[in-house]
Design a protein around this ligand. Structure first.
Ligand code: ACM
Length: 675
């Protein structure tokens, strides 16, 4: 009976409302929930059409490990059967072609589940890998046991370039960080890992031709070429491309520490230890610079198989070029009007070298300049105009503006940042030039311990934006699914949840973390570029403080704000009671945090924030009392309350208290009553 109701409801949902989304992220292009379920038992068998794709066989065996890991099943057939007859297994996988990850590879698949059978059909083995992740997201359970929800899915990505950039330079991220993040990327169908490998603060890859690069430019923290091969292979097995970035001609201090002869001003140079835009830049007027890059790219283009090769190109302030009389003379003689044109000259030489080695050039906004060949890709980061401008001028482009996950904005913001919004001013042909986008994880303020919590789970929302249809844009439904998809990433070794407790234990010196957790649950690190403005940090500054434990898009605070909204819209008593209990807990919590700080001096900086939480919660309780009694608030109280809320909005120890808007809405309602 329940099942029938479910079918009818599903049917109505399909026809009239938001598409059914289950716990799928990204949501497939076409999904029909057929009302059946495939019951999972230890007898479950898996078979693939042939043994030609080792990456699919490995992917299926990982699937079976994850399945038994979630269910506790001692599977009787824990390895995939190759060349099995379709009827001889429960889960049958068919694909037409073995492929390597590359741009425009066919990632489509069809997944059909009913009570008897699961069939996955794909054009390529990579498409099959995408379908396997969907199947894992369909695993569910009820009192009768584990089952896969019955569906018919026809799926393919909206965009072919769906990336995550990791900056391994500001803070080096060792191999294990990269590998576990590749697994997480695969789980949400991202397909490009962009490694930002050179910066003012570090040169992070072994170079055999110019070994001083990694020897002098890295403090010893760099990927060996064997590491890089492992990364590429690991990614490739998951259908993920690896695009390297060597940022030139600016952001180049680490290169010039090793080879100052290619700089625009005489050295010596030393590694930059803090954050910002710095002057050191390659000399574009020196032919030896290009001989150096020719030899460098000869080596690196062999190491990285992807057709695309990123040369950065961002934020060259041009100062050294303007200050050097020789360079100024070169510009005059060659009728180069300004430093942007000089960079275009540099790029025009670099692109030829890359083309010679069979690579297509990618670069940030700044490389777009009249005359640059059309086979490059622009990565738009400064604003939407960059994307529109690139497409209007006939260039392929990927969007990163709006996907800067280092800026600590909520998942909802990134989620609604569509590369091709309905009202975009582009022709259909121009729209086709937009290949997708990339989340960017700049690493000024992350360590191997905290990076996962900055990438995940928000990047799953970006992954959906780049895979699913534009009309899949219900923020509440996204957050509902993000909760499940986010915690599932732990099975792949992602540390965004477990490291939180670990960091709180360190901060409390292994005492009861609950009071601190209660506070930090509703804090977020300050947003945008404010962290460094509030307190200058360097590469060696600790990344273990409360601000580092605090997570972007704090779920507890978001849920509280949502409760307040619901209460204000419905006057629901049950919700009001919940809010009151929460507020009372926050009022009481301060005393316990003070006690913790007495023997954990590292916590003293956060006490004013704990006090803010207490005061703001107290105001919330009083506001609710006024609302309950339907009496107008005392004017003096109202004035004071607003002063406290305003004061509490000021960051403390680089954190923001995220419940103030909720309490502010209660006050607003009170004020409105008075009008
Ligand atoms: C950039 O964020 N400078 C590309």
């Amino acid at each position: 009976m329940k099942r029938l109701f479910f079918i009818v409801l599903t049917f109505i949902t399909q026809v009239f409302a938001q598409p059914e989304t289950l716990n799928l992220m990204p949501v497939p292009q076409k999904l029909y929930v057929n009302g059946t379920a495939f019951k999972l038992t230890e007898k479950f068998t898996t078979g693939v059409i042939n043994n030609k794709s080792l990456k699919l066989i490995k992917g299926l065996n990982r699937f079976l490990t994850r399945l038994s890991g979630r269910t506790g099943f001692f599977l009787e057939h824990p390895f995939v059967k190759t060349g099995a007859a379709p009827d001889s297994v429960d889960f049958y996988i068919r694909y037409a072609k073995v492929t390597n990850p590359k741009l425009f590879v066919d990632e489509s698949y069809k997944l059909s589940i009913d009570s008897n059978k699961i069939i996955l059909d794909a054009k390529t083995d990579i498409g099959a890998l995408r379908g396997i992740e969907t199947l894992l997201q369909l695993l569910d359970a009820d009192s009768t046991g584990y089952f896969f929800t019955g569906v018919e899915i026809t799926d393919k990505p909206r965009f072919p370039w769906r990336g995550l950039m990791i900056d391994v330079c500001r803070h080096f991220m060792p191999l294990d960080v990269i590998l576990r993040n590749i697994d997480a990327m695969a789980a949400v169908k991202l397909n490009v890992l962009h490694l930002h490998l050179s910066e003012d603060q570090g040169f992070r890859i072994e170079c055999k031709t110019f070994p001083k690069l990694h020897q002098l430019g890295s403090d010893g923290f760099y990927f060996t070429q064997e590491d890089i091969k492992k990364i590429i292979n690991y990614a490739s097995e998951r259908g993920i491309r690896v695009v390297p970035e060597f940022d030139i001609p600016g952001h180049a201090t680490s290169w010039l520490v090793a080879y100052p002869e290619f700089a625009s001003m005489s050295g010596p140079y030393k590694l930059q230890r803090d954050w910002g835009i710095f002057d050191p830049v390659f000399d574009p007027t020196n032919e030896k610079t290009y001989e150096f890059f020719d030899a460098f790219f000869a080596e690196m283009t062999k190491l990285f198989p992807d057709e695309y090769f990123h040369i950065g190109g961002d934020e060259n302030n041009g100062k050294q070029w303007s200050l050097n009389p020789e360079i100024r003379k070169f510009m005059q003689e060659n009728k180069i009007e300004n430093t942007e044109e000089l960079q275009a000259y540099f790029n025009s030489k670099i692109v030829k070298i890359l083309n010679k080695y069979g690579k297509k050039m990618v670069g940030w906004d700044e490389i777009l300049h009249p005359g640059i060949p059309k086979n490059i890709v622009i990565q738009s980061w400064r604003g939407k105009e960059g994307l529109i401008n690139a497409a209007k001028n006939g260039y392929n482009v990927i969007l990163s503006n709006g996907y800067y996950i280092d800026l600590i904005q909520p998942a909802s913001f990134h989620y609604l940042n569509d590369p091709i919004p309905a009202d975009i001013d582009l022709s259909d042909d121009e729209k086709k030039l937009i290949l997708g986008g990339e989340a960017t994880m700049w690493s000024e303020f992350v360590s191997p311990e905290t990076i996962d919590s900055r990438i995940w789970p928000r990047t799953a929302a970006i992954a959906e934006r780049l895979w699913s249809p534009r009309i899949i844009n219900d923020v509440d439904d996204m957050y509902r699914r993000l909760e499940t998809v986010g915690f599932r990433l732990e099975e792949l070794g992602i540390t965004h949840i477990k490291n939180y407790g670990m960091m709180l234990r360190r901060l409390t010196n292994n005492r009861d973390i609950l009071p601190l957790k209660t506070l930090v649950d509703v804090l977020e690190p300050v947003k945008f570029y404010n962290r460094n403005k509030l307190r200058k940090q360097t590469q060696q500054s600790p990344l273990t403080r409360v601000v580092d434990a605090a997570r972007p898009d704090a779920a507890a605070a978001r849920n509280f704000r949502r409760m307040i909204t619901t209460y204000l819209n419905t006057d629901d008593e049950l919700i009001e009671t919940k809010i009151k209990n929460q507020l009372k807990l926050w009022v009481k919590n301060h005393k316990a945090v003070v006690k913790l700080a007495a023997t954990s001096p590292v916590l003293s900086e956060i006490l004013p924030q704990s006090e803010n939480l207490k005061n703001v919660a107290g105001i919330g309780l009083t506001a609710l009392r006024y609302l309950d009694k339907k009496v107008l608030p005392d004017k003096e109280w109202l004035r004071k309350a607003e002063t406290v809320l305003t004061g509490a909005r000021k960051p403390v120890a680089q954190t923001e208290l995220m419940i103030i808007d909720g309490i502010g809405n209660l006050i607003q309602k009170l004020s409105n009553q008075g009008n």
